[in-house]
Design a protein around this ligand. Structure first.
Ligand code: NAD
Ligand code: WQD
Length: 352
């Protein structure tokens, strides 16, 4: 798995192991910390197979793939910040498309030809229909979105040119939450611009109150509506996708969402309830590029993969807060605090 040390990749790693695969992580740690590997070992009770590599280093990548006798590749590695991509579009094209092309070339040379690709609801641009089906028109509204759309198109051409390829394109909606152990989660909370990290900062009273972008959308409470999906559900979707590719050798392109939307205000309230903290916020103008509503039609993923999200907003908020608090607490204080009522449960050594 490329990008396996990141937020989603670490959760996918655990699900793969639980499903009986023997995953190996390739990552350059440009947006992750090698310390996360220790957390993965603590959760799984097994050593992690990880190679530090930049995907754009084609010869090194081919060498790793050639030794691995891998059945398939899950390609998560990418830069993912929309505002950063607006400032540095060429870096996004270089990393996200350069990385993809390098990976495809290496797989063409030494195999395997089963690939699960991390795409995004961003490829729907400004959605025309809701809930959004997979055959909706595609577009992009920022350089990050361009890289995801172009990557999908490159992979479509690759699969058309050579039917030995089996490619599963997974369009994530809004991933949120963390692993039930609390040992891994979304990081860094400090700089991320997504809603959950922003709420987390507000809950910890770090900096100014949360800015709630837009209260005049045509939604039930005027704030924007999104399809938040628990990262553990999302991870399970990758295993289903990979299994499907390996079983029938045919590709698929599916949404991974819940089909249910929550507004920004609903998320703020749910997070406040889960954390027991006030979430100070103030209404700000709409954020440029935001759409009013973005909700998946999850039917195709259920039909093709048997995928169905099982965890709701409350579980996302609880698990996100649990992971945040654990990351915040000094190591020595954890054991004492875990014994106190109201604090998260003690660490479990192996959850698999
Ligand atoms: P992340 O930044 O936490 O993880 C990405 C990992 O890829 C990081 O560990 C990073 O070091 C690594 N990486 C980046 N470029 C690399 C390169 N050239 N070579 C090797 N490693 C590299 O991000 P995430 O949230 O886990 O996202 C994973 C994937 O899912 C990305 O492709 C992202 O675009 C996609 N996605 C994320 C979201 C979201 O909201 N988190 C939504 C939709 C799609
Ligand atoms: C959700 C809602 C904000 C922060 C992005 C990417 C998308 C995909 C998922 C990767 C919006 C509001 C947010 C804040 C707020 N990523 N908000 N105050 O924009 O739906 O999707 O992440 O593929 O490509 O665009 O997610 O979490 O940034 O925002 O009011 O401080 O929360 O305006 O309405 P988004 P988000």
């Amino acid at each position: 798995m490329t990008g396996g040390a990141g937020y989603i990749g670490t959760h996918v790693y655990i699900e793969l192991l639980r499903a009986g695969f023997r995953p190996a992580i390739l990552d350059n740690f440009s947006n992750s910390d090698p310390a996360v590997l220790g957390a993965l070992e603590e959760i799984t009770g097994q050593p992690v197979d990880c190679t530090r590599i930049d995907l754009r280093d084609g010869p090194a990548l081919s060498a790793v793939l050639a030794q691995g006798r891998f059945a398939g590749v899950i390609h998560l590695a990418a830069l993912k910040s929309v505002p950063e991509s607006l400032l540095h579009p060429s870096a996004y094209v270089d990393n996200n498309l350069g990385g993809l092309v390098s990976l495809v070339r290496a797989m063409e040379a030494v195999g395997p030809r089963a690939l699960v690709f991390s795409s995004s609801a961003t490829v729907y641009g400004t959605p025309e229909r809701l809930p959004i089906p997979e055959d909706a028109a595609r577009g992009f509204t920022n350089p990050y979105g361009f890289t995801k759309l172009a990557a999908e198109q490159i992979l479509e051409m690759v699969a058309t040119a050579d039917p030995r390829w089996a490619i599963g394109t997974l369009r994530y909606f809004n991933p949120a939450g963390a692993h039930s152990s609390g040992l891994i989660g979304e990081a860094p909370v400090e700089s991320a611009t997504n809603l959950f990290p922003a709420i987390a900062r507000a809950a910890l009273c770090r900096g100014a109150p949360l800015q709630l972008f837009g209260s005049d959308y045509p939604t039930r409470d005027g704030t924007a509506e999104r399809d938040f999906i628990h990262v553990e559900d999302l991870a399970a979707g990758h295993v289903l996708s990979l299994r499907r590719l390996l079983d029938d050798g045919r590709g698929h392109r599916v949404n991974l969402g819940t089909g249910q939307g929550h507004t920004v205000l609903e998320v703020i309230r749910a997070y406040a309830a889960a954390s027991g903290r006030d979430i100070p916020y103030r209404i700000a103008p709409r954020r440029p590029g935001d759409v009013a509503r973005c909700v998946a039609d999850p039917a195709l993923a259920e039909r093709l993969l048997g995928f169905r999200a099982t965890r709701g907003l409350e579980a996302m908020c609880h698990s996100a807060w649990n992971a945040l608090i654990r990351a915040e607490m000094p190591r020595q204080a954890r054991a004492r605090a875990a014994a106190r009522p109201g604090w998260p449960a003690p660490l479990q050594r192996s959850l698999i």
